[in-house]
Design a protein around this ligand. Structure first.
Ligand SMILES: C[S@@+](CC[C@H](N)C(=O)[O-])C[C@H]1O[C@@H](n2cnc3c(N)ncnc32)[C@H](O)[C@@H]1O
Length: 256
């Protein structure tokens, strides 16, 4: 489907997750949720035709946008000459460098196909991020914020909740996008401002992935041969990974 706005037309690319938000009330609600102030260091992922960019620019004169589609990047730099436009893949951008003066506030109606890589990049760079407000697929938003012992609770929930504080804000209907996506959307806010102390965070991430390797299996089965579980009680080992809260997960990791 060709989407045209002002002098720019793109044939919406599914692989780039190009579903453009066409309801300015929702754009305003998303930007408001980030509570940005003029002195914040804001970065927007995938500005597209600028539905969020326009609202952000009403609050602050200068911020950064990262857009992979060259046509749209050109459009943004013409429409918003004060924006620091990076015409590249967000996954390749050096966030530490952009956060040299101040931790970042990340905003975006993100391409759904790369939601997980984006979230893992944010976790990895959490020291350089204050908060993020992101629109994503509703199902993923529910997984990030899921409670233990539910179907949605898994690797993403434990990692996001261990390193940040994700909060499900509101659902967004398909009807406010052009073209309409096949899935429902939702907006999530993740607070990274109070970092949790976990020794060797990347090993913790591997531990979480290993514990959830086969969801139906017990912790004993999933950790067998990979970790020394002798310090864990037999009744703990009999449970499945989904039974443990994030705090319990950190405690388990410190005992293996
Ligand atoms: C869901 S659309 C949102 C566009 C706009 N923010 C809106 O709300 O209407 C996602 C945007 O991200 C861009 N995009 C896709 N992959 C990207 C990547 N790896 N890095 C940066 N931008 C990307 C797309 O070209 C598109 O403009």
């Amino acid at each position: 489907m060709e989407i045209k706005y002002k002098d720019t037309a793109v044939s919406s690319k599914k692989s780039f997750g190009q579903n453009f938000l066409v309801d300015s009330n929702i754009s305003r609600k998303i930007v408001r949720s980030a509570e940005i102030a003029e002195h914040d260091n804001v970065i927007e992922i995938g500005p597209g035709f600028g539905s969020l960019t326009k609202i952000i620019s009403e609050v602050m004169p200068r911020f950064t946008c990262v857009e992979l589609d060259h046509k749209l990047a050109d459009f943004i730099s013409r429409e918003f000459p004060n924006v620091n436009l990076i015409s590249d893949d967000f996954l390749k951008v050096d966030l530490a460098k952009l956060a040299e003066t101040k931790p970042l506030t990340v905003l975006g109606n993100i391409p759904y196909a790369i939601t997980s890589p984006i979230l893992f990049k944010l976790i990895e760079n959490r020291a350089h991020i204050d908060r993020a407000v992101l629109m994503m697929q509703d199902e993923v938003a529910r997984r990030l914020t899921a409670e233990p012992k539910t179907k949605q609770y898994g690797i993403l929930a434990v990692q996001l909740q261990a390193f940040g504080k994700p909060e499900y804000l509101f659902k967004v209907p398909k009807t406010v996008f052009k073209p309409r996506p096949e899935v429902e959307s939702a907006v999530v806010r993740i607070d990274f401002s109070k970092p949790v102390e976990i020794k060797n965070p990347s090993e913790f991430q591997t531990f979480v992935r290993t514990a959830f390797r086969m969801r139906r299996k017990t912790l004993a089965n999933n950790l067998k041969g990979k970790y020394d579980v002798s310090a864990l009680a037999p009744e703990v080992l009999k449970k499945r990974a989904e039974a443990f809260s994030v705090t319990e997960f950190v405690a388990l990791y410190e005992q293996v």
